[in-house]
Design a protein around this ligand. Structure first.
Ligand code: GRF
Length: 203
C-alpha cells in the first residue's frame, strides 16, 4: 500500500510509521518523504530507512499555487494511495486539497474542533482545560477542519507546561497515527459529507 509522507521537522510520526511497517504491524510502503525544509531531521530518518526523499523549498517558489503544483507533481510520480501529513507546516491551496480529497490525512495536536492552528498546548493550558489531546483527520480545504478519524486525550496536570504537555501528546500521536493509517490501508476508512466512517460506522 504505497503512501507518501510530507514533513517539515523532526519526523517522529514518520518514524512511528517506519517502525510499525518494519515490525510488520502496518502493511504499507513509504514510497517517498517530502520536506519543505532541507534541514528537517525527518529526512535523515527516511534516508536511514532507505526511503527516497525530496526537498521542495517553498521559499524558492513565487506563489503558494506554484509550490503546491510542484509538490503535487513530486507526490504523484509515486502514485500513492494515501498522502500523510506528519508535521508538514504549510497551508495548502484548495486545488491541492481537492486533488487528494478522501486520501490525505493530517495529525493535529488538539482535541479538534478545539484549537485549530498553532500553539495548541499553550492555548489549552491558558484556557485552564482539564484535558488536551490529539486528532487525526482527513484533510479538507479549511485548515484543521476535516472529518476527525481518531482522537486521544491526556490530563492537564497542575504544573503542566507546554513542553511537558507536548511530550505527552507526542506519545499519543505515535499510537493513533499508525492506527488511522492502518485502517485506511485496509480499506476500512471512508469520508462522506465531512464525516469519517470506519467499517461503514460513523466515527
Ligand atoms: C506534531 O505535534 C503534530 O501533531 C503536528 O506537528 C508535529 C509533528 O511532529 N502536526 P513530528 O515531526 O512528527 O515529530
Amino acid at each position: 500500500f504505497p503512501i507518501v509522507v510530507l514533513i517539515s521537522g523532526s519526523g517522529s510520526n514518520l518514524q512511528a510509521l517506519i517502525d510499525q511497517s518494519l515490525q510488520g504491524k502496518l502493511d504499507i510502503t513509504i514510497s517517498a518523504v517530502v520536506s519543505n525544509k532541507a534541514d528537517a531531521f525527518g529526512l535523515e530518518r527516511a534516508r536511514k530507512a532507505g526511503i527516497p526523499t525530496h526537498v521542495l523549498d517553498h521559499k524558492s517558489f513565487a506563489s503558494r499555487e506554484e509550490f503546491d503544483q510542484s509538490l503535487q507533481e513530486v507526490i504523484d510520480q509515486y502514485q500513492p494511495k494515501l498522502v500523510v501529513l506528519a508535521g508538514f507546516m504549510r497551508i495548502l491551496t484548495d486545488s491541492f486539497t481537492r486533488h487528494y480529497e478522501g486520501r490525505m490525512l493530517n495529525i493535529h495536536p488538539s482535541l479538534l474542533p478545539k484549537y485549530k492552528g498553532l500553539n495548541t498546548h499553550q492555548r489549552a493550558i491558558d484556557a485552564s482545560d482539564k484535558e488536551h489531546g490529539v486528532s487525526v483527520h482527513f484533510v479538507s480545504a479549511e485548515l484543521d477542519a476535516g472529518a476527525v478519524i481518531v482522537q486521544a486525550r491526556t490530563q492537564i496536570e497542575a504544573q503542566e507546561t507546554a513542553e511537558s504537555l507536548a511530550t505527552k501528546v507526542h506519545q499519543l500521536e505515535h499510537v493513533i497515527y499508525p492506527l488511522a493509517v492502518k485502517w485506511f490501508s485496509e480499506g476500512r476508512l471512508t469520508v462522506n459529507h465531512g464525516k469519517a466512517f470506519l467499517d461503514g460506522q460513523p466515527l
